[in-house]
Design a protein around this ligand. Structure first.
Ligand code: CTP
Ligand code: CA
Length: 234
Protein backbone atom coordinates (compact mmCIF):
# COMPACT_ATOMS: atom_id res chain seq x y z
CA UNK A 1 0.00 0.00 0.00
CA UNK A 2 0.97 3.68 0.09
CA UNK A 3 2.68 3.30 3.46
CA UNK A 4 5.10 0.64 2.28
CA UNK A 5 8.06 2.78 1.19
CA UNK A 6 7.86 4.82 4.40
CA UNK A 7 8.14 1.67 6.48
CA UNK A 8 11.47 0.66 4.98
CA UNK A 9 14.36 0.98 7.49
CA UNK A 10 16.25 3.67 5.51
CA UNK A 11 13.24 5.51 4.11
CA UNK A 12 13.98 9.24 3.89
CA UNK A 13 17.70 8.73 4.51
CA UNK A 14 20.53 9.86 2.24
CA UNK A 15 23.44 7.40 2.09
CA UNK A 16 26.81 8.03 0.42
CA UNK A 17 28.90 4.98 -0.45
CA UNK A 18 32.40 5.00 -1.92
CA UNK A 19 33.43 1.91 -3.84
CA UNK A 20 36.13 0.41 -6.04
CA UNK A 21 39.84 1.06 -6.18
CA UNK A 22 41.53 4.36 -6.94
CA UNK A 23 44.11 4.63 -9.72
CA UNK A 24 47.07 6.96 -9.34
CA UNK A 25 48.71 8.08 -12.59
CA UNK A 26 52.38 7.47 -13.32
CA UNK A 27 52.05 8.97 -16.80
CA UNK A 28 49.13 9.44 -19.24
CA UNK A 29 48.84 5.70 -19.90
CA UNK A 30 49.94 4.04 -16.64
CA UNK A 31 48.75 4.01 -13.06
CA UNK A 32 49.28 2.45 -9.65
CA UNK A 33 46.13 0.55 -8.76
CA UNK A 34 44.80 -2.13 -6.46
CA UNK A 35 42.71 -5.26 -6.74
CA UNK A 36 39.45 -3.91 -5.35
CA UNK A 37 36.56 -5.12 -7.53
CA UNK A 38 33.93 -2.73 -6.23
CA UNK A 39 31.57 -5.66 -5.58
CA UNK A 40 31.19 -4.95 -1.88
CA UNK A 41 30.40 -1.27 -2.42
CA UNK A 42 27.95 -2.03 -5.20
CA UNK A 43 26.24 -4.66 -3.02
CA UNK A 44 25.99 -2.04 -0.24
CA UNK A 45 24.51 0.49 -2.65
CA UNK A 46 21.90 -2.03 -3.79
CA UNK A 47 21.09 -3.02 -0.20
CA UNK A 48 20.77 0.60 0.93
CA UNK A 49 18.49 1.44 -2.01
CA UNK A 50 16.41 -1.66 -1.28
CA UNK A 51 16.12 -0.43 2.32
CA UNK A 52 14.56 2.79 1.02
CA UNK A 53 17.56 5.15 1.06
CA UNK A 54 18.52 7.70 -1.55
CA UNK A 55 21.97 6.47 -2.50
CA UNK A 56 24.93 8.30 -4.02
CA UNK A 57 27.72 5.97 -5.13
CA UNK A 58 31.15 7.54 -5.54
CA UNK A 59 32.80 4.96 -7.75
CA UNK A 60 36.51 4.58 -8.36
CA UNK A 61 37.55 1.80 -10.73
CA UNK A 62 35.15 -1.17 -10.48
CA UNK A 63 35.00 -4.53 -12.27
CA UNK A 64 31.22 -4.55 -12.00
CA UNK A 65 28.52 -2.14 -13.22
CA UNK A 66 26.92 0.34 -10.84
CA UNK A 67 23.29 -0.36 -9.90
CA UNK A 68 20.76 1.44 -12.08
CA UNK A 69 18.73 2.99 -9.26
CA UNK A 70 21.44 5.07 -7.57
CA UNK A 71 23.22 8.33 -8.38
CA UNK A 72 26.80 7.67 -9.50
CA UNK A 73 29.88 9.89 -9.58
CA UNK A 74 32.89 8.34 -11.30
CA UNK A 75 36.40 9.12 -10.05
CA UNK A 76 39.92 7.89 -10.77
CA UNK A 77 42.30 9.08 -8.08
CA UNK A 78 42.20 9.39 -4.29
CA UNK A 79 42.20 13.19 -4.63
CA UNK A 80 39.18 13.04 -6.95
CA UNK A 81 37.47 10.60 -4.61
CA UNK A 82 38.08 12.98 -1.71
CA UNK A 83 36.49 15.91 -3.58
CA UNK A 84 33.48 13.87 -4.67
CA UNK A 85 32.95 12.16 -1.31
CA UNK A 86 33.20 15.38 0.72
CA UNK A 87 30.75 17.11 -1.64
CA UNK A 88 28.34 14.17 -1.64
CA UNK A 89 28.55 13.93 2.17
CA UNK A 90 26.91 17.37 2.54
CA UNK A 91 23.51 16.58 3.99
CA UNK A 92 24.15 12.84 4.13
CA UNK A 93 22.82 10.78 7.02
CA UNK A 94 25.35 8.00 6.46
CA UNK A 95 28.73 7.79 4.71
CA UNK A 96 30.19 4.34 4.05
CA UNK A 97 33.83 4.29 2.94
CA UNK A 98 34.04 0.96 1.13
CA UNK A 99 36.52 2.21 -1.48
CA UNK A 100 40.10 0.99 -1.53
CA UNK A 101 41.86 4.34 -1.46
CA UNK A 102 45.53 4.38 -2.48
CA UNK A 103 47.64 5.37 0.50
CA UNK A 104 50.25 6.94 -1.81
CA UNK A 105 50.40 8.53 -5.25
CA UNK A 106 53.32 9.24 -7.57
CA UNK A 107 54.64 12.65 -6.52
CA UNK A 108 55.13 13.87 -10.06
CA UNK A 109 53.17 12.04 -12.76
CA UNK A 110 54.95 12.43 -16.12
CA UNK A 111 53.21 14.66 -18.68
CA UNK A 112 54.18 12.35 -21.51
CA UNK A 113 54.46 8.58 -21.70
CA UNK A 114 57.62 7.40 -19.97
CA UNK A 115 60.00 5.84 -22.52
CA UNK A 116 62.83 3.47 -21.84
CA UNK A 117 66.09 4.95 -22.91
CA UNK A 118 69.57 3.54 -22.99
CA UNK A 119 71.22 6.90 -22.40
CA UNK A 120 69.49 7.72 -19.06
CA UNK A 121 69.02 5.76 -15.84
CA UNK A 122 65.81 3.80 -15.28
CA UNK A 123 63.16 5.85 -13.49
CA UNK A 124 62.61 5.83 -9.75
CA UNK A 125 59.06 6.56 -8.63
CA UNK A 126 58.71 8.85 -5.60
CA UNK A 127 55.42 8.48 -3.74
CA UNK A 128 53.61 10.96 -1.51
CA UNK A 129 50.85 10.28 1.01
CA UNK A 130 47.22 10.72 -0.02
CA UNK A 131 44.83 12.42 2.40
CA UNK A 132 42.89 10.12 4.71
CA UNK A 133 39.32 10.78 3.60
CA UNK A 134 37.66 8.79 6.37
CA UNK A 135 39.55 10.72 9.04
CA UNK A 136 38.73 13.97 7.30
CA UNK A 137 35.01 13.14 7.33
CA UNK A 138 35.23 12.43 11.06
CA UNK A 139 37.28 15.59 11.78
CA UNK A 140 34.93 17.81 9.77
CA UNK A 141 31.94 16.43 11.62
CA UNK A 142 33.61 17.17 14.95
CA UNK A 143 34.49 20.74 13.89
CA UNK A 144 31.11 21.72 12.48
CA UNK A 145 27.62 21.04 13.68
CA UNK A 146 25.68 18.50 11.72
CA UNK A 147 27.46 16.21 9.33
CA UNK A 148 26.62 12.56 8.80
CA UNK A 149 25.07 10.84 11.80
CA UNK A 150 26.94 7.68 10.95
CA UNK A 151 30.39 7.30 9.37
CA UNK A 152 31.39 3.75 8.50
CA UNK A 153 34.91 2.60 7.67
CA UNK A 154 36.16 -0.62 6.17
CA UNK A 155 39.35 -2.51 6.88
CA UNK A 156 40.86 -5.52 5.20
CA UNK A 157 43.21 -7.05 7.72
CA UNK A 158 45.21 -10.17 8.30
CA UNK A 159 46.50 -10.97 11.76
CA UNK A 160 50.17 -11.72 12.37
CA UNK A 161 52.22 -13.43 15.06
CA UNK A 162 51.99 -10.57 17.58
CA UNK A 163 48.59 -9.05 16.91
CA UNK A 164 45.27 -10.70 16.10
CA UNK A 165 43.04 -9.47 13.33
CA UNK A 166 40.43 -8.09 15.77
CA UNK A 167 43.06 -6.18 17.68
CA UNK A 168 44.25 -4.52 14.45
CA UNK A 169 40.65 -3.67 13.58
CA UNK A 170 40.00 -2.26 17.06
CA UNK A 171 43.11 -0.06 16.78
CA UNK A 172 42.04 1.15 13.33
CA UNK A 173 38.57 2.04 14.63
CA UNK A 174 40.18 4.12 17.40
CA UNK A 175 42.59 5.80 15.02
CA UNK A 176 39.94 6.67 12.45
CA UNK A 177 37.30 7.74 14.95
CA UNK A 178 34.47 6.43 12.78
CA UNK A 179 31.27 5.03 14.31
CA UNK A 180 31.36 1.56 12.79
CA UNK A 181 34.21 -0.37 11.25
CA UNK A 182 33.56 -3.32 8.98
CA UNK A 183 36.41 -5.78 9.12
CA UNK A 184 36.95 -7.86 6.02
CA UNK A 185 38.97 -10.86 7.01
CA UNK A 186 41.40 -11.49 4.21
CA UNK A 187 43.08 -14.84 4.32
CA UNK A 188 43.66 -18.07 2.52
CA UNK A 189 40.31 -18.69 0.81
CA UNK A 190 39.06 -15.13 1.19
CA UNK A 191 40.43 -13.24 -1.76
CA UNK A 192 39.73 -9.94 -3.48
CA UNK A 193 37.13 -10.13 -6.22
CA UNK A 194 35.34 -13.16 -4.82
CA UNK A 195 31.59 -13.24 -4.43
CA UNK A 196 31.59 -14.54 -0.89
CA UNK A 197 33.11 -12.87 2.11
CA UNK A 198 33.42 -12.91 5.90
CA UNK A 199 32.93 -9.66 7.78
CA UNK A 200 32.80 -8.45 11.36
CA UNK A 201 31.17 -5.19 12.43
CA UNK A 202 32.85 -3.33 15.29
CA UNK A 203 31.50 -0.19 16.90
CA UNK A 204 33.06 2.62 18.89
CA UNK A 205 31.03 1.84 21.99
CA UNK A 206 32.80 -1.50 22.19
CA UNK A 207 29.70 -3.69 21.86
CA UNK A 208 30.36 -7.31 21.01
CA UNK A 209 31.61 -7.64 17.42
CA UNK A 210 29.01 -9.14 15.07
CA UNK A 211 30.28 -11.52 12.40
CA UNK A 212 28.61 -12.58 9.15
CA UNK A 213 29.71 -14.67 6.22
CA UNK A 214 28.12 -15.41 2.89
CA UNK A 215 27.61 -13.67 -0.42
CA UNK A 216 28.52 -10.01 -0.74
CA UNK A 217 24.79 -9.31 -1.10
CA UNK A 218 24.03 -11.12 2.17
CA UNK A 219 26.83 -9.43 4.10
CA UNK A 220 25.86 -6.05 2.59
CA UNK A 221 22.29 -6.58 3.79
CA UNK A 222 23.62 -7.33 7.29
CA UNK A 223 25.73 -4.15 7.27
CA UNK A 224 22.81 -2.04 6.05
CA UNK A 225 20.55 -3.54 8.70
CA UNK A 226 23.10 -2.58 11.35
CA UNK A 227 23.35 0.93 9.90
CA UNK A 228 19.56 1.21 10.08
CA UNK A 229 19.45 0.18 13.71
CA UNK A 230 22.36 2.49 14.66
CA UNK A 231 20.50 5.59 13.36
CA UNK A 232 18.36 7.48 15.83
CA UNK A 233 14.73 6.90 14.98
CA UNK A 234 12.83 9.90 13.66
N1 CTP B 1 40.64 5.37 3.71
C1 CTP B 1 40.42 6.70 3.38
N2 CTP B 1 41.45 7.44 2.86
C2 CTP B 1 42.66 6.89 2.67
C3 CTP B 1 42.89 5.55 3.03
C4 CTP B 1 41.85 4.81 3.54
O1 CTP B 1 39.31 7.19 3.55
N3 CTP B 1 43.62 7.64 2.16
C5 CTP B 1 39.52 4.61 4.30
C6 CTP B 1 39.12 3.35 3.54
O2 CTP B 1 38.13 3.64 2.58
C7 CTP B 1 38.59 2.46 4.65
C8 CTP B 1 39.41 2.88 5.88
O3 CTP B 1 39.94 4.17 5.57
O4 CTP B 1 37.24 2.72 4.93
C9 CTP B 1 40.51 1.98 6.24
O5 CTP B 1 41.38 1.82 5.17
P1 CTP B 1 42.74 1.04 5.40
O6 CTP B 1 43.51 1.04 4.13
O7 CTP B 1 42.43 -0.26 6.04
O8 CTP B 1 43.41 1.99 6.50
P2 CTP B 1 44.73 2.82 6.52
O9 CTP B 1 44.52 3.88 7.54
O10 CTP B 1 45.11 3.24 5.15
O11 CTP B 1 45.77 1.82 7.15
P3 CTP B 1 46.78 0.75 6.46
O12 CTP B 1 48.13 1.31 6.70
O13 CTP B 1 46.50 -0.52 7.24
O14 CTP B 1 46.44 0.62 4.99
CA1 CA C 1 45.44 1.84 3.37
Amino acid sequence: GAGQARDLPLAGRYVVITAGGTREPLDPVRFLGNRSSGKQGVALARAAAAAGARVHLVAAHMDVPAPGNVEVTRVETALELREAALAAAEGADVVIMAAAVADFRPAQPADAKIKKRDDVADPVVVLVRNPDILRELVTRRAEHDGGPELIVGFAAETGDAETGVFEYARQKLERKGCDLLVLNQVGKDLVFGQDSTAITILDRDGSAPASFSGSKDATAAAIIERVGSALKPR
